[in-house]
Design a protein around this ligand. Structure first.
Ligand SMILES: [Zn+2]
Length: 397
């Protein structure tokens, strides 16, 4: 289904092994990240199963047990269906790779898959990347159609009955996948195709906005139809499309604001650190004394940890005010370089549920190299200011 927005470009600059290593420690690359487990790796792309998918399997198993589904078919059919979904996503991922864009992972949700590209394709590339997914389903459907015709089998969609038509069902599912994904609504592939085509006649910003509005309009129609006909699944998908369209537009606006900007432009330069021997009470005092939420922890001229506000509060609850910050601080804290691409870092920050990121001027963890912090609050302010400047620039034209 939808290719997700790019989730981070590799940091600019090359000699940053320790830095990227370090960032990976907390960035979403661990197998259980975001509740999705790696089940396979194809062409270097991890394929992950989201935990909600297990709920679907359990529900199907349960239905099979109660005899409300067609035993033997449901589970096998779901597996075949998800192979088709994986192939669809690989269609996106491998086409993106042709343009030099890597895919971070493919995550399978009960309603489809999401291939997360590492960087944003240009409009022309986006067109082909978006089309490649549904094209895979068209190809599978075409092959099944030929086979069924040549062997003289029926093409009727039939889930119930003594001998459900496995291949015919699979044919229809692929037709539906292709059609559904070509709906001109974000975050469906059709929405991306639409934006790509619109960007030939208008600005990319405009194209995104129009495509998002159309997406939401279609989602509302879908939801109303679902309500009128009592189809819960359709209402669920409509909500997913509606939210996805809004998120997509917001993400693109943010991207437009931060694209080409560096970490140093958005980082906080004034902040305080705490010694590793400080107590949680001292940390709480520092928290109350100013606006800083997260504190770098130093020891012997080195940065050894990061104490977030939530970790501080949890530590307080666990150990009381006399506990030491060392017991509550994060030791595998994320680190970036002032020259790093802000867009890429923002994507990582999103994956980390919004803590702060330390900005180190070199690859060591020396206290003097700590030149800044990227915080949620400051990033928001930075985005608002950029938006204002953009408006002013327009007004001056
Ligand atoms: Zn797709």
């Amino acid at each position: 289904m939808p290719t997700e927005l790019p989730t981070g470009t590799p940091p600019s600059g090359q000699s940053s092994e320790p830095r990227t290593e370090r960032r990976r420690l907390t960035a979403p690359n661990t197998p259980e990240d975001n509740g999705a487990f790696r089940i396979a790796t194809v062409a270097g792309i991890p394929i992950r199963l989201h935990w909600t998918f297990l709920v679907l399997l359990v529900a199907l198993g349960f239905m099979g047990l109660r005899g409300t589904g067609s035993e033997g078919v449901s589970l096998l059919f779901v597996l075949a269906l998800f192979c088709c979904v994986v192939l669809h996503e690989l269609g996106h991922a491998l086409t993106a790779l042709r343009y030099g864009i890597k895919t971070r992972d493919i995550v399978l949700y009960p309603i489809g898959g999401v291939a997360s590209l590492e960087s944003l394709p240009g409009p022309r590339q986006e067109l082909w990347i978006a089309l490649a997914g549904p094209a895979v389903n068209v190809a599978i459907a075409g092959a099944l159609y030929l086979f069924l015709n040549l062997t003289g089998q029926s093409l009727t969609f039939q889930l119930e009955g003594p001998r459900p038509q496995f291949l015919a069902n699979l044919f229809w599912i692929n037709v539906m996948l292709a059609v559904f994904n070509m709906l001109p609504a974000f975050p469906m592939d059709g929405g991306r195709v639409l934006r790509s085509l619109l960007s030939y006649v208008t600005s990319e910003d405009n194209a995104t906005m129009i495509a998002a509005r159309i997406g939401q309009f279609i989602a509302v129609l879908m939801g109303l139809f679902g309500l009128a006909t009592g189809r819960l699944g359709l209402i669920f998908i409509a909500i997913f499309v509606f939210i996805g369209a809004g998120q997509e537009a917001a993400a693109y606006r943010t991207k437009a604001l931060v694209s080409g900007r560096q970490v140093r432009e958005a980082m906080v330069r004034e902040f305080r650190t705490l010694p590793v021997g400080a107590t949680l009470r001292e940390a709480a005092d520092a928290l109350l004394a100013g606006t800083q939420q997260d504190f770098p922890i130093v020891h012997g001229g080195e940065v050894v940890g990061l104490l977030s506000r939530s970790a501080l509060l949890q530590g307080m609850a666990r150990e009381g005010p006399h506990g030491y910050v060392a017991g509550s601080m994060l030791r595998d804290f994320p680190v970036v370089h002032p020259d790093d691409d802000l867009e890429a870092v923002l994507m990582d920050l999103r994956g980390m549920m919004g803590g702060s990121i330390l900005v180190m001027a070199d690859d060591t963890l020396r206290e003097e190299a700590l030149v800044g912090m990227l915080t949620q609050e400051n990033l928001l302010e930075f985005l608002m200011l950029s938006q204002l400047q953009k408006h002013q620039a327009h007004a001056q034209l």
